[in-house]
Design a protein around this ligand. Structure first.
Ligand SMILES: [Zn+2]
Length: 333
């Protein structure tokens, strides 16, 4: 029996709505039809074929395009609406609680329909933490307070910690039972947020020691310092490794292949410090880059199983079971 794979970070609705991509098509069809801005890596049939049973699917709104919370909220609502439409059409199942997860996994063995858990990446669509209850009602289960800086927290490239509004947001999240995604938080905000009483995760980030060097790559604080990783060790959090060449090797040159062994190195680095049950995949495979910038053989979800020989007997945990076990603890009953 095939084991279920899980990916803790895909921007499905963002890609569908921002680029006008029809993600209900097989991947080769979408690739033929699309002119850019980059080569697609993920569609719903491609996830089904690859055996991806669970995806943390984002509500991601670029604050540069939608600086006003009301506009950002409308854009996020359109993404949520698309996920719900896919659900109504029988293309995905939205997972909102543990019972739903267990039922989904049983049905997945037969129908291979991907299950989605909704994750808001950056809280700027919320004008006020009190708006969170309505989003929870509509199925949101995971929230990352920042992408870049938001009114709630320092984010990628920023230095600020949690703001007073950010503290309020975390307390509203805890009351509702949402999981807190630490990805993209500035180091200061990350360390402050560790006292969050609810479920914690880092949906998509890599160890800074491997992902960054002075003068190369994205801002250093996009990735986890050794101090951040050490601080996570006594928390029940899983970290998802990003499958983006620029994050895997700061010296990667566009056009050159990046060996899969490099992905296994990132996974091993985290596992050595957190344990093999605390590492998963948060591919971000469609996160503003395309097949041109993914590791060799990983230009589509079907490539995930190519990591299995490098991971040995731990493969099924890293590629799926760790996130599923985390969800069983994190989702409401
Ligand atoms: Zn991201």
């Amino acid at each position: 029996m095939a084991y279920p794979l899980a990916d803790a970070h895909l921007d499905l609705a963002y890609n569908a709505l921002e680029h006008g991509w029809d993600l209900t098509q097989p991947l080769p069809v979408l690739r033929e039809r699309t002119a850019g801005p980059y080569r697609p890596t993920v569609t719903l049939p491609a996830l089904a074929e690859a055996g991806v049973a669970v995806v943390f699917a984002t509500l991601f709104v670029d604050p540069g395009r939608y600086p006003e919370p009301a506009d950002a909220a409308r854009a996020a609502r359109r993404q949520l609406g698309l996920y719900r439409r896919w659900e109504a059409e029988g293309r995905v199942r939205l997972i909102e609680d543990d019972r739903g997860l267990v039922a989904h996994l049983a049905r997945w063995q037969a129908d291979r329909i991907p299950g989605l858990v909704l994750l808001m990446e950056g809280a700027h669509p919320l004008a006020d933490p009190r708006e969170l209850a309505a989003w929870y009602q509509d199925g949101l289960r995971i929230l990352g307070p920042a992408w870049k800086d938001t009114p709630y927290a320092g984010g990628t490239g920023g230095t600020g910690g949690l703001t007073p509004a950010g503290r309020e947001l975390l307390s509203a999240m805890a009351d509702l039972g949402l999981a807190l995604d630490l990805a993209h938080l500035s180091e200061a905000a990350f360390l402050e947020a560790l006292d969050y009483p609810g479920p914690l995760l880092v949906s998509h980030a890599n160890p800074r020691a491997l992902a960054w060097r002075e003068g190369a790559g994205p801002p250093a604080n996009r990735h986890l310092s050794d101090a951040q990783i050490a601080a996570l060790a006594d928390r029940d959090a899983v970290v998802g490794v990003v499958l983006y060449n620029r994050f895997l090797d700061p010296d990667w040159a566009p056009g050159s292949p990046l060996p899969l062994a490099r992905v296994a190195e990132h996974i091993g680095y985290l596992a050595d410090r957190l344990g093999w049950e605390r590492v998963g995949i948060g591919s971000d495979l469609d996160g503003g880059f395309g097949a041109e910038a993914t590791p060799a053989g990983l230009d589509a979800p079907a490539g995930l199983l190519g990591l299995a020989p490098l991971l040995g007997p731990r493969a099924r945990r890293v590629l799926g079971e760790n996130w599923i076990a985390w969800l069983r603890r994190a989702l409401p009953g």
